[in-house]
Design a protein around this ligand. Structure first.
Ligand SMILES: Cc1ncc(COP(=O)(O)O)c(C=O)c1O
Length: 375
């Protein structure tokens, strides 16, 4: 039946080509192995304490399974507005706008804010969601070399219109941090609007690196995602009241979609309340990061990082897949990151550290990696 459709032939050919390049993506489920791959850095996604808080919160509210529509129609609620006020206050931001995901937040922000005649300058390693937003925008856009402040300045000197600089505080694949202060200062010098995606810093470096470094008044907009250390789902853009109103009017990924259900909103609020009471989890995560760093040697191919993301470069899709499988056989859940997700030659094993990992598990993981690399 499917063979009647000509598209089936085209897509089969494309998939066969991708498979022959060793780059075919596949969904698979595994419940085996110590978690060294999820973004659940603080263990909130698996926290019984958080689950109980959410259930208690939900029990106080009228039954509401789905939100019923877009925020601009039936999908808005007092709860959603109060959550945004709570988050804005928590982050010392004039306003917060919740999106259904970090992907939606970045696509909505970058596709709508920069206009024709404006310039977007972005770090070459920013997340796919920022790239997709930029692609939908009518502004001119230019990458700058990863974390290279001098190259950014060269780009700024040539930029026209309103200028937007897109960076991540912690880079999702390399795990390294941006030179935030220098970038913010350069943005000030050139009257550029700095936009910081804090997805992998949220909950790991305090509420994020921008508030930790007290730079919130110098950054134009921030994106925080709730699906990583916060252990839930969704995201928000922090910025001025005018920016919030603008996004409500022009960010299509906010407007044309059913909003998050009440359960997600309650989960986000409870997770932030738990985060404020969880110095132990943050302390354990930091202790594990320090322990991990003490055990590795950068000369072995590890990218320098002081975040929860630690990546070992293993060039070649087949090589990195083989290594990941061999490590998984030691009961360690690590995943290969292949090209084209990362550049060719930069394929890697991306280790995510968590508060719930033990030093012994980390030592076993690193022992298994060493053993497999020697073969
Ligand atoms: C830097 C960065 N921004 C945005 C996102 C997208 O967030 P979400 O998973 O909530 O869509 C991710 C997720 O992988 C990310 O790493």
């Amino acid at each position: 039946m499917q063979n009647m459709f000509p598209a089936e032939k085209s897509i089969s050919e494309i998939l066969a080509k991708r498979e022959s390049n060793g780059a075919l993506r596949r969904l698979y489920v595994t419940d085996k192995g110590i978690d060294f791959c999820s973004n659940d850095y603080l263990g909130f996604a698996r926290s019984k304490v958080l689950a109980d808080m959410i259930n208690e919160g939900m029990a106080k509210l009228n039954v509401s399974n789905g939100s019923g529509g877009s925020r601009l129609l039936a999908g808005n609620s007092k709860y959603a507005e109060e959550l945004e006020s709570f988050l804005a206050r928590l982050y010392s931001s004039p306003a917060a706008l919740v999106f259904n995901s970090g992907y939606d937040a970045n696509v909505g922000l970058f596709s709508s804010l920069p206009l024709r005649g404006d310039t977007i300058i972005y770090d070459e390693l920013v997340h796919a969601s920022i790239h997709d937003g930029i692609r939908l925008s009518r502004a001119d856009s230019f990458p700058f070399k990863h974390n290279d402040v001098a190259h950014l300045e060269e780009r700024l000197q040539k930029a026209k219109g309103n200028i937007y600089v897109a960076i991540e505080s912690v880079y999702s694949m390399d795990g390294d941090t941006a030179p935030l202060k220098e970038i913010v200062e350069l943005c000030e010098k050139y009257s550029a609007h700095c936009i910081v995606d804090e997805a992998h810093a949220t909950g790991v470096f305090g509420l994020g690196m921008v508030p930790q470094m007290n730079l919130q008044d110098k950054v134009y907009a921030r994106v925080h995602t709730f699906g990583k250390a916060v252990g839930c789902h969704g995201a928000m853009v922090l910025g001025s009241a005018a920016l919030k109103q603008y996004l409500v009017n022009y960010a299509r990924s906010f407007i044309y979609t059913t909003s998050l259900p009440l359960h997600s909103l309650v989960s986000i609020e409870c997770a932030y309340k738990l985060l404020q009471k969880s110095p132990d989890a943050v302390g354990k995560l930091n202790d594990n990061i320090v322990h991990f760093q003490g055990m590795i040697n950068d000369n072995d191919g590890w990218i320098d990082s002081n975040s929860a993301i630690q990546s070992l470069i293993v060039p070649g899709n087949e090589n990195v897949k083989r290594l990941a499988l061999a490590i998984q056989a030691h009961d360690m859940d690590v995943r290969p990151i292949m090209s084209p997700t990362v550049a060719e030659g930069k394929e890697r094993i991306r280790v995510c550290l968590h508060a719930f990992n033990t030093h012994k598990e980390i030592d076993t993981l690193l022992g298994a990696i060493k053993q497999e690399l020697k073969k």
